[in-house]
Design a protein. Structure first.
Length: 398
């Protein structure tokens, strides 16, 4: 790897903490160290900061502060949502509807319940990664207790028709959960207008600290005609309204709130800036590198996401070679990067295994500059050309 320059284009995997967030976290590690459940003044100070942070974060998605439950991660929030709904509602029905391109934090809990006798409908997607609301409505039965569809895909960036999905769920009185880890803080989300009952998010995807996430639970898990519809999956000392017991990480939550405050103030301007850079990358690659193709929806996608397939080479080699040139990209989800299996998302949108293996994901961030993109353009063609010369997957060979 070069000693002089490194261009980080893997912001979907994680983001560097914003210096303003680092200052906030460090301040509260020093000053707000109390247990927020303690009755003394040090504990009460932490408790006040916790509730202030909860209110600030809730405002980003037009939620009430009491409906925000803090977790250790987006993955934990997904697991609480899915397993919590199943445990509470299995007497009402044993059917879950989800999509074929969910993150493993949703996919694997659903697979586990499928092994335990639940029916799971895995909705297909079109070539852009979009589910069909019509297919969703047709899949609903009187046994359906949960619809879980991600807000935006972590690999290809496609934004799902969440408003339509929420309306369908509300019409049929079915609980609707969305994994919004990639979308939270990047695009507008309104849980009321979109009829979202449960929503998962994570701090480290928007320049906040790792180790803190949230689960939004509409009206603290109360839904008309169903009652409290999420059961806890951990039991302890009663923190976070008994939904996520454990001493609350107040300094991390304060950092999360600072990251949300920054995202709230800068979202429109930053989204427009990133879309410009995103489209510049997509158009340049498609015009200048032969046998390349875009994965995901051309416009209905996250502002920062670029996912390209290159024929005749493997994505892992692209990642390693670009890293040697001082550029960080990925082949898809960081959670799957050590697996040799092709991406289930790319297979679901119709790519052949060899095409899925040749994918590269580049995700822009707050600190990505035009100069960074120019450097990327300088290095990428040489990497692709070199790897194709070495590849046994020659043009014309099936």
């Amino acid at each position: 790897m070069t000693d002089t320059k490194y261009v980080y284009l893997d912001n979907a995997a994680t983001t560097p903490m914003d210096p303003r967030v680092i200052d906030e976290v460090n301040k509260h590690f020093k000053e707000t160290y109390g247990n927020s459940s303690s009755l003394h003044s040090i504990g009460q100070k932490a408790g006040q900061l916790l509730e202030k942070s909860r209110k600030s974060i809730a405002g980003l998605i037009n939620a009430n502060k009491q409906d925000i439950i803090f977790t250790s991660s987006g993955t934990e929030a997904d697991n609480i949502a899915i397993t919590g709904v199943v445990l509470k509602n299995m007497n009402r029905g044993r059917h879950i509807i989800t999509s074929s391109i969910e993150h493993h934090a949703v996919e694997n809990p659903c697979k586990q319940w499928e092994k335990d006798g639940f029916k799971v409908t895995w909705l297909p997607v079109d070539k852009y990664g979009l589910i069909s609301p019509e297919d969703l409505e047709k899949a609903i039965t009187n046994e359906t207790i949960l619809i879980s569809i991600m807000f935006a895909n972590n690999e290809i960036g496609t934004i799902e028709p969440i408003r339509e999905i929420g309306a369908i769920a509300k019409t049929h009185d079915i609980i609707f959960h969305t994994d919004a880890v990639q979308a939270f803080g990047k695009v507008p989300i309104d849980v009321e207008e979109m009829n979202i009952d449960l929503l998962s998010a994570s701090s480290h995807k928007l320049y906040g600290p790792k180790g803190i996430g949230l689960l939004y639970m509409k009206n603290k898990g109360i839904k008309k005609g169903i009652g409290k519809y999420v059961s806890p999956i951990m039991w302890g000392g009663g923190h976070e309204k008994d939904m996520r017991p454990s001493t609350v990480a107040v300094p991390l939550i304060a950092g999360f709130a600072k990251a949300v405050e920054l995202a709230k103030g800068e979202m429109n301007e930053e989204a427009n800036r990133q879309i410009k850079l995103r489209d510049t990358i997509i158009n340049w690659i498609l015009e200048n590198i032969e046998d390349s193709s875009l994965n995901g929806h051309p416009t209905q996608r996250l502002p920062n996401n670029v996912n390209i397939s290159f024929k005749y080479i493997e994505g892992e080699s692209i990642v390693l070679d670009l890293d040697m040139d001082g550029i960080g990209v990925s082949t898809g989800s960081a959670c799957s990067s050590k697996s040799l299996d092709p991406s289930h998302v790319l297979l679901a949108i119709g790519l052949r295994p060899e095409e899925a293996h040749g994918s590269m994901r580049a995700t822009i961030g707050r600190f990505t500059t035009e100069e960074d993109i120019e450097y990327f353009f300088e290095k990428l063609p040489n990497v692709i050309e070199r790897l194709r010369k070495m590849s046994p997957l020659k043009k014309g060979v099936k």
